[in-house]
Design a protein around this ligand. Structure first.
Ligand SMILES: [Cu+2]
Length: 284
């Protein structure tokens, strides 16, 4: 489809530029009698040719869209993606909750159910598919397939507020066996002991009011699920690479790296900060 559109666009530019050059170089000024062929050119070039070309393109488009819809029916697994200002909630099989990183198996159709918690966002992974709007109250379905393993960048494609540019995500395509192992780990409850100082500081500080970690009393969904945060590559939907230093800075004042985001600075002591960083990094 892309090459067809590209070829047609090149043809139009060549013909129009040619006519323009011909018009510029024409020595004899047109007389009234010359108007008849001019009208014919306008009718044929401006109405007849576009009508035929656009009708053919419409047919091709309908055919391609039909193929896409059939793919959706044959998809083996589905992933829900829910946009938030300014991060991404990801749910596998409706219940395994994660954020900002979407893992998929290679070589198979994955059905994506796309919606939003707040304003209109747009789901866009340029290397894998076109933009799809995420609209409040509506679930848009698309299918996604990556044939080669790798990490593909995604970004919100619709201006959605002050941190729109830092609303990024990664699609991690793994071969099916690796993906299954990853998903199994993602579904598991982390085995941090209850008296871990980081776990205690996390639960006793403000964090649990907005975040969830499976297997603890933290079940809030205002911010990203942190159950397996240590295994993620970035902090704050692509705002920072996930390192201990960056995490400490993020927890102290997330407004530095991503001004205007919905996480306030945290009132934690230096000791609490260190143990929370160790705790979250250990959740992989
Ligand atoms: Cu957005």
């Amino acid at each position: 489809m892309w090459w067809i559109l590209f070829g047609l666009a090149v043809a139009v530019i060549v013909v129009v530029t040619g006519l323009m050059l011909y018009g510029i170089r024409r020595k004899v000024p047109p007389t009234d009698e010359d108007d008849a062929p001019g009208i014919r050119l306008i009718v044929v070039g401006g109405f007849v040719v576009p009508a035929i070309v656009l009708t053919i393109l419409f047919g091709l488009m309908v055919r391609d869209l039909g193929a896409e819809a059939r793919d959706l029916d044959s998809a083996q697994m589905s992933i829900d993606v829910i946009a938030h200002q300014w991060w991404w909630e990801v749910r596998y099989e409706g219940e395994i909750v994660s954020a900002n990183e979407i893992h998929i198996p290679t070589g198979e159709q994955v059905k994506m159910n796309l919606t939003t918690k707040d304003v209109i966002h747009s789901y866009w992974v340029p290397q894998l598919q076109a933009k799809v709007d995420m609209i409040p109250g509506i679930v848009n379905e698309i299918s996604l397939q990556a044939d080669d393993p790798g990490v593909y960048r995604g970004i919100c494609g619709e201006f959605c507020g002050v941190q729109h540019a830092k609303m990024q995500f990664l699609v991690v395509a793994q071969d099916p066996a690796e993906f299954d192992a990853w998903l199994q780990n993602e579904a598991a409850v982390p085995a941090t002991p209850e008296d871990d100082p980081g776990r205690r500081a996390f639960l006793e500080s403000t964090c649990a009011g907005c975040h969830a970690v499976a297997g603890t009393e933290a079940t809030a969904r205002l911010g990203p699920d942190l159950t397996h945060f240590g295994g993620r590559r970035t902090i704050g939907a692509g705002a920072l690479p996930n390192t201990e230093e960056n995490l400490a800075a993020w927890i102290l004042d997330a407004q530095q790296a991503k001004p205007g985001n919905e996480m306030p600075p945290s009132p934690v002591t230096e000791g609490e900060l260190g143990s929370i960083v160790d705790y979250l990094m250990g959740l992989d």
